[in-house]
Design a protein around this ligand. Structure first.
Ligand code: ZN
Length: 314
């Protein structure tokens, strides 16, 4: 069900119009603005709009994005084979949604991003995904989606637990979540700063946040594990340089021969994960978890997010 951002009523309309208070969102670029738009928040630090066009070009064919998306697709099939609706929270330029459209024709895909600029780039490649602008600390849905994805999103947000709590409420009973995050604070570098990360996670940290926000973990592994030594060396080397000389795009602009070699290594890693290997360390972590309905309904899990809605509407 949709949730009115003005009066909090739940409704089933196809369009965004609250039957109770007649609230309707504004639109920009054809997308419903369901969160505070960053244009209204000059103090908002984060991605620059031009970053998305650049990122789209760099992501295309890059081993890391290709391998991560393939891993996510595998996890969707393996752990959520019956999912019929999927919301990609922080969908960015929509590459993963495009793959879901192609490989999972029975799933109805939805994408949300804070940045309308990202949605515009995404909409050019997407055929059947429904896109909307949102501040994912207030997800305007309740009991709606079978599956929600948070792929390299939580590390950008101060209130990561609030996002998980909201995602939990937006999930239908028995729904699930897939989360990827960067791992190991020791790997922190200018690449993280450039990417507007606030943190890299430790496994136990994200594990306990998932449990606390009403999820039961059914799968986890590190990935970018076989390449972890190369990644650690690169980041150590970059860290030794003066800050001005650290190239934040170095990992995105790798030579094509190296890209092919790394893609092969990542493919081998995925084969191992598919055979049940769980890596204890790696550049990133992936978790699959299901909505723990007993926890999700407890008053403790409901109150903080309600407060979040009110704060954002102020
Ligand atoms: Zn309303």
């Amino acid at each position: 069900m949709k949730m009115c951002l003005s009066c909090g009523s739940l409704f089933e309309n196809r369009i965004w119009r609250c039957p109770n208070c007649l609230w309707e969102p504004e639109y920009a670029g054809g997308f419903a603005l369901l969160g505070v738009n960053h244009a209204d928040r000059p103090d908002q630090e984060g991605f620059m709009p031009e970053y998305f066009r650049e990122l789209e070009i760099l992501e295309s064919g890059h081993f890391w994005f290709t391998a991560r998306n393939r891993l996510i697709r595998w996890a969707v099939s393996r752990y959520f084979p019956l999912a019929r609706s999927f919301l990609d929270l922080g969908c960015g330029t929509g590459d993963l949604l495009a793959e879901i459209e192609m490989y999972r024709p029975r799933i109805i895909p939805y994408g949300a991003d804070f940045y309308v600029e990202a949605l515009i780039v995404a909409s050019r490649k997407l055929k059947r995904s429904e896109l909307f602008q949102a501040d994912i600390r207030t997800i305007p849905f309740r009991n709606e989606f079978d599956l929600i994805g948070l792929f390299d999103v939580l590390e950008h947000i101060d209130e990561d637990e609030a996002v998980l709590r909201e995602a939990n409420k937006a999930l239908a009973p028995g729904g699930g979540i897939l989360v990827t995050v960067p791992q190991h604070p020791a790997l922190w570098s200018c690449q993280d700063e450039y990417g507007c990360h606030l943190r890299r996670y430790r496994a136990h940290e994200i594990r306990s946040k998932l449990k606390k926000t009403g999820f039961r973990i059914i799968f986890e592994t590190s990935f970018v594990s076989l390449l972890l030594p190369a990644m650690a060396l690169n980041r150590l080397f970059n860290g030794l340089k003066k800050k001005k000389k650290c190239d934040p795009m170095a990992e995105l602009k790798i030579p094509s021969i190296l890209n092919r070699v790394f893609a092969r290594i990542m493919f081998m890693e995925l084969l191992l994960i598919e055979r049940g290997i769980s890596f204890p360390a790696g550049g990133s972590l992936i978790f699959a978890a299901v909505k723990d309905d007993a926890l999700g309904k407890s008053p403790a899990a409901v109150t903080p997010a309600k407060a979040g809605v009110q704060n954002i509407l102020k």
